[in-house]
Design a protein around this ligand. Structure first.
Ligand SMILES: CC(C)(COP(=O)(O)OP(=O)(O)OC[C@H]1O[C@@H](n2cnc3c(N)ncnc32)[C@H](O)[C@@H]1OP(=O)(O)O)[C@@H](O)C(=O)NCCC(=O)NCCS
Length: 178
């Protein structure tokens, strides 16, 4: 897609959602606007928890390693951002600029985007995607790509809503005998 994602409307949309939801979570009942910022070490437990909610697997080593590679690495094109509401982390996005991989000109890749189930449909993922796309723009790239499971209609609906379309690449794989 081009990087012209939806406009950043996070705070008003989240406020609207919270005001109309009967079963607001502790995060949702706090009286402060959501924000997007680079991840910090003490956000990791919340990130691991959100990922485990979605995947059912708690991957401590994986997230620690990812943190070391991506935190404070904007200069080299890596982005690991969190969405917060009050003191609570309610979502995250991870991606980076990759040069000439798969034969393509430098572009931004979004590897993961997740929002807590009780904080969804408030514009948080839209804000996270807009923020990482802004980072990609600053790095001089004008294209963003991602890869997703064809069974994951939720994430597909989200990316389609942002204007992403099928790209010019085909994923291939095969089993390796061990
Ligand atoms: C997909 C996900 C990131 C969306 O987060 P979110 O904060 O709820 O998204 P937004 O509120 O910004 O939604 C933006 C748009 O996405 C689409 N969308 C989001 N959730 C949707 C749903 N449940 N059904 C249909 N469309 C949906 C809508 O078009 C929505 O716009 P609208 O509210 O104006 O209709 C979130 O549902 C999530 O974390 N899902 C699990 C992600 C996952 O499987 N990750 C693993 C691979 S990385």
């Amino acid at each position: 897609m081009s990087t012209s994602t939806k406009q950043n409307t996070g705070a008003p949309r989240l406020a609207k959602t919270r005001a109309t939801e009967a079963s607001a979570s502790p995060a949702q009942s706090q009286n402060s606007a959501p924000g997007i910022r680079p991840v910090r070490r003490d956000d990791l437990n919340a990130v691991i928890e959100i990922d485990a909610m979605v995947t059912g697997i708690e991957k401590l080593d994986y997230w620690n390693s990812l943190y070391q590679r991506y935190a404070d690495a904007v200069e080299t094109g890596q982005h690991f951002l969190v969405a917060t509401h009050g003191d609570e982390v309610i979502g995250f996005v991870i991606g980076e600029v990759r040069d000439w991989e798969f034969g393509s000109a430098p572009c931004g890749w979004v590897f993961a985007i997740n929002v807590r189930p009780d904080a969804r449909l408030g514009g948080t993922a839209t804000d996270l995607l807009n923020a990482i796309c802004e980072g990609f723009r600053k790095a001089g790239v004008s294209k963003v790509r991602t890869l997703l499971s064809r069974d994951n209609t939720l994430i597909l609906s989200f990316f389609r809503s942002q204007g992403m379309m099928i790209g010019p690449f085909i994923p291939l794989e095969m089993d390796l005998e061990l």
